[in-house]
Design a protein around this ligand. Structure first.
Ligand code: ADP
Ligand code: MG
Length: 450
């Protein structure tokens, strides 16, 4: 099967990716719903897990061997793996193969890289960083919970792991438990099934610091929410620190019970904003240092980092991935890292981040958000409940695309540019006066950016 799957994967991920990331994988076993692969380094496994695990899972399913998860363990380095050049550090313990990137039932696996030292602080994340630092001191609880939220790849998980690492040093006496909301649910369901719910409750009530990542996952999952709520309350009552992350603010998570929502809101809620150019450049510079040690002898032409920081604005994970791929590729072909190589090796990433937001997408999102028809966005109705969302869409179109007012007007059913201007002004005015509307627009922006 794996042979077949590999053939298919070439088509899916492209020859370059295939040669760099898939070919070096060694299938070590395929059973009990798990496909396990050997990879040369933790880093390599992490990368494949993030970028190609879904493809692999998908193709395994197509080939008749569906698996629930794909995991990667560090083993003997295959000869052609580019990352094998990274030397002895990452391949130091081949005997104690460590699962990376995979969802583990036991949870709480911390990524060594995710430390405060490796976290680059800039305007968009300084508040979140400061709050995380405070929690990591392990002093008396001042806000509970700490609720971190923001779009994909902006550093929520990184900060949570950093807290855990730091607490291990500052307060080795504390029992710190980090897990994803998905793992929380998994354990809960398992405890129910095995009739060990008392053990489950006891375990969770005995921790000193509980960190639950991606809590939006339990929205709509009633019994898990219920249990989460009880755990949460029990810990807060004992004055134990809780840290939660989500992809949006508590008030914006749908299908979350109100009592949970309000409890989540009563601590410190901080937002990780989308990165700005400076932060992206800072992150790239920090990473560059890391890679320069790993891939000695490779050189980089000036302007490459600036180009990447300018062009790849989606999320930090993609940014990191781009740099990593550049190094892997350059070391494979023995070339300098310059803009030519960037174009050659990152064309897919550049293309997708180039993909501009369309007015149509904005209209669709806004219509969805306000529960009105897409056709009403361009139609003539003047009812406030329809006209207002339409103006929001106009405002966002002006703000988030480079279209001119007449062009926007054309896409709003042939309206005049003055109508568009009026709509934009109206929303600006209203936002200044109405916090709810301002929040709405903020949320829509974030949804459209991710
Ligand atoms: P999230 O959990 O918000 O989706 P992660 O914490 O997983 O995002 O971050 C994605 C990747 O980006 C990680 O590899 C992380 O180390 C990196 N990253 C994000 N923000 C920063 C930062 N400020 N400094 C350094 N690395 C960062
Ligand atoms: Mg995360």
């Amino acid at each position: 099967t794996w042979g077949q799957v590999r053939e298919e994967l070439i088509k899916r991920v492209g020859q370059n990716n295939y040669t760099t990331w898939i070919e070096p994988l060694r299938l070590s076993h395929l059973k009990n719903g798990v496909a396990s692969f050997e990879v040369p380094t933790t880093f390599f496994g992490d990368w494949v897990s993030r970028n190609f695990a879904d493809h692999i899972r998908g193709q395994l399913a197509v080939a008749g061997s569906p698996v629930e998860r794909v995991e990667f363990t560090v083993g003997a380095a295959p000869a052609r793996a580019p990352a094998a050049k990274s030397g002895s550090r990452s391949a130091a313990k081949p005997a104690r193969a460590r699962a990376v990137g995979a969802e583990e039932v036991t949870g709480a696996q911390l990524e060594q890289r995710f430390t405060f030292d490796n976290f680059v602080v800039g305007k968009p994340n300084e508040l979140a960083h400061a709050a995380a630092r405070r929690v990591a001191e392990g002093g008396p609880v001042t806000f509970n919970p700490l609720f971190l939220y923001g779009g994909v790849g902006l550093g929520k998980t990184h900060l949570m792991h950093a807290i855990a690492h730091e607490l291990k040093i500052n307060r080795p006496d504390l029992h710190v438990l980090y897990l994803s909301a998905e793992q929380f649910m998994y354990r809960f369901v398992q405890a129910l099934r095995d009739r060990q719910i008392m053990d489950f409750k006891e375990l969770f009530r005995s921790v000193d610091v509980l960190m639950v990542d991606d809590v939006q996952f339990i929205a709509g999952k009633d019994s898990t929410q219920e249990e989460f709520f009880h755990t949460f309350n029990a810990l807060v009552d004992q004055n134990k620190q809780i840290v939660i992350s989500a992809d949006r603010a508590p008030g914006e998570i749908k299908d979350l019970e109100d009592r949970i929502r309000s409890r989540l809101q009563c601590g410190l809620v901080v937002d990780l904003h989308p990165t700005d150019y400076e932060l992206r450049l800072g992150i790239l510079q920090a990473k560059l240092e890391h890679y320069s040690n790993q891939y000695r002898g490779l050189t980089m032409a000036p302007g490459v980092l600036e180009f990447l920081a300018h062009r790849i604005t989606t999320n930090v994970r993609v940014l990191e991935g781009a740099l990593m791929r550049l190094f892997a590729f350059a070391s494979l072909v023995g070339r300098e890292i310059n803009l030519d190589l960037v174009m050659e090796c990152l064309s897919d990433i550049l293309r997708s981040s180039e993909k501009r937001l369309t007015i149509e997408e904005i209209q669709r999102k806004v219509a969805e958000h306000y529960n009105v028809r897409l056709s009403d966005m361009i139609g003539p109705k003047r009812l406030r409940t329809i006209a207002r969302p339409r103006q929001v869409a106009m405002y966002l179109s002006k703000q988030m695309t480079s279209r001119s007012l007449p062009e926007i007007g054309r896409r709003f059913g042939g309206r005049d540019h003055t109508t568009i201007m009026h709509g934009v002004r109206k929303i600006e005015e209203l936002m200044a006066a109405d916090g709810q509307l301002a929040d709405d627009v903020q949320l829509l922006k974030r949804l459209l950016q991710s």
